[in-house]
Design a protein around this ligand. Structure first.
Ligand SMILES: *Cc1c(COP(=O)(O)O)cnc(C)c1O
Length: 490
């Protein structure tokens, strides 16, 4: 090879390998020592400045780049890999998933499709997830960047199938009647973005009130459908929540499936939080009816703890899935033989080039086995129930919602504060626990009541983590209330 030939490959693979091995060793040590680190710590101004540098024009030795990455990036993570992180709802990541992301990048394949092993890995993962969800073998599916896009794809198929016009060809201007989609008022925000992007507008997503239990009010749903039909709208779809983001409530999916069958509506389930609870035999019954959905969105980067990002949508009728997303450009004609044989995975979604996200799910399911995931999901639910019992027994804590899956909503309430002061107090408790690196809770509003929220989707959380955190939370609240009394007295 001529000397001035330039490539991205290293000049010395042996030296390169040593740097890489060191990075692996350090990653393993950091993950093994997670529990001894704070959940989170704020970035220093110095670190922020290091992340606002001019475009590097020349090279830097890899060892130096890796060191800088540890010091400025990996030293300040979000915290969701930590055993005491329960904010929002996300996975805690997994070392095998990290290894798989590395190996997927080494493989480098584009999962747009073609005749190579990675495509078969994705097909295999989709088949496994169909099996977990009780979907027929003939169903289709695709891995996505997450639940938001998975839901968007499901709703796009529903819209195109039931719009009463050829939306792909003629667009929403050709709709004979305005469309309506129904979901409870607890539905995730991504559905609003979806109906906006689908050209239907936010008003097309009719929010049905939820009851005390945060599940959709079925009678109100039936009334809304009848009312809309009478007023000239075209109902097309009901979105069932298999685990609401706020409280983990699971709608009555079996009845929703029956309503959709009777009303000839598409039944889409947002299972980003709860769908994979089917892996826990003790809890699978909570989701009865999900197997009858026309489409379901689920999220391996949540309860399977795959590193971000990977979501999934399954569609019962493959031909409807394809008729919404397949395209046949001449330059992408499938071949009988060679690399372009094997089919196109981009016919199932929006992306043309697609990453090899399937590998992490495939490797993690192989290494751990589905049963271990089921046990961990079941344990997180049991932990939420124990935490709820602990909260119910603590005079200064009040629970805000029933616990169905692994989410607990509650607040610190000393009993003599007005609503605004309670919001300020609970927000302050949440901030202190985060800033002191003790535990990460988020806050939310349940039926108008503000409080804190623990989403215990974490394979590293022990019972002690939870009881220590609740104790720290009460102590922080007591201290803040005590300070208030001291100030009032002074
Ligand atoms: C997380 C979540 C989503 C969005 O999924 P992403 O993976 O974050 O895109 C949608 N619905 C529910 C219920 C969720 O919890």
């Amino acid at each position: 090879m001529c000397e001035d030939f330039e490539t991205l490959d290293p000049g010395d693979w042996g030296e390169y390998g040593r740097v890489m091995h060191q990075a692996v060793d350090r990653a393993i040590a950091a993950t093994a020592g997670l529990r001894d680190r704070p959940v989170w710590r704020p970035m220093t101004d110095q670190v922020r400045a290091r992340l606002r540098q001019p475009l590097p024009q020349g090279p830097t030795p890899l060892a130096q780049v890796v060191d800088e990455t540890w010091e400025t990036v990996l030293a300040y993570p979000m915290g969701n890999t930590h055993p005491r992180f329960w904010m929002w709802y996300m996975g805690a990541s997994d070392m095998t998933g990290a290894l798989a992301d590395f190996l997927a990048a080494v493989d480098g394949s584009n999962l747009g499709g073609g005749n190579h092993a990675a495509v078969l890995v994705e097909r295999q993962v989709i088949d496994w997830l169909k099996q977990v969800m009780g979907f027929p073998e003939t169903a289709s599916g695709t891995l996505t960047s997450g639940g938001s896009v998975a839901n968007l794809i499901g709703l796009a198929v529903a819209r195109n199938h039931l719009a009463g016009a050829d939306i792909r060809q003629d667009g929403v201007a050709a709709l004979p009647q305005p469309l309506r989609i129904y979901a409870s008022d607890q539905v995730h925000g991504c559905h609003q973005k979806a109906v906006e992007l689908l050209g239907l507008g936010n008003n097309a997503l009719r929010r049905i009130p939820s009851g005390e239990d945060c599940r959709i009010d079925l009678a109100a749903l039936r009334r809304a459908i009848a009312e809309d039909r009478a007023a000239g709208f075209r109902p097309i779809c009901v979105i069932g929540n298999a685990g609401t983001v706020n409280t983990g409530a699971v709608d009555d999916l079996a009845t929703l499936a029956a309503i959709c069958r009777d009303e000839r509506l598409w039944f889409h389930v947002d299972g980003c939080i709860g769908a994979l609870t089917r892996l826990s035999p003790r809890h699978a019954g909570l989701l009865e009816g999900i197997e009858r959905a026309d489409s379901v969105a689920l999220d391996p980067h949540k309860s399977l703890h795959a590193p971000f990002d990977v979501g999934c949508v399954l569609v019962r009728d493959e031909s409807l899935h394809l008729s919404s997303f397949a395209l046949h450009a001449d330059y992408l004609d499938p071949m009988e033989r060679g690399i372009a044989a094997g089919g196109w995975l981009f016919d199932y979604g929006l992306q043309t080039s697609r990453g090899f996200r399937a590998l992490k799910v495939w490797m993690m399911l192989k290494e751990h086995g589905a049963e271990r995931f089921g046990r961990i999901i079941g344990r997180n639910i049991a932990q939420a129930q124990r935490m709820a019992a602990r909260i119910d027994a603590e005079p200064r804590l009040t629970r805000l919602a029933p616990v169905t899956l692994d989410i607990v909503c509650f607040r610190y309430d000393p009993g003599d504060m007005d609503a605004d002061a309670l919001v300020a107090l609970n927000t302050e408790i949440m901030m202190r626990l985060q800033e002191d690196g003790i535990a990460a809770f988020s806050d939310t509003v349940v039926h108008g009541e503000h409080g804190l929220r623990a989403a215990i989707c974490n394979h590293r959380t022990t019972d002690t983590d939870l009881s220590d955190a609740v104790r720290a939370l009460v102590a922080t609240g007591d201290r803040l209330v005590g300070l208030r009394e001291v100030q009032a007295a002074g």
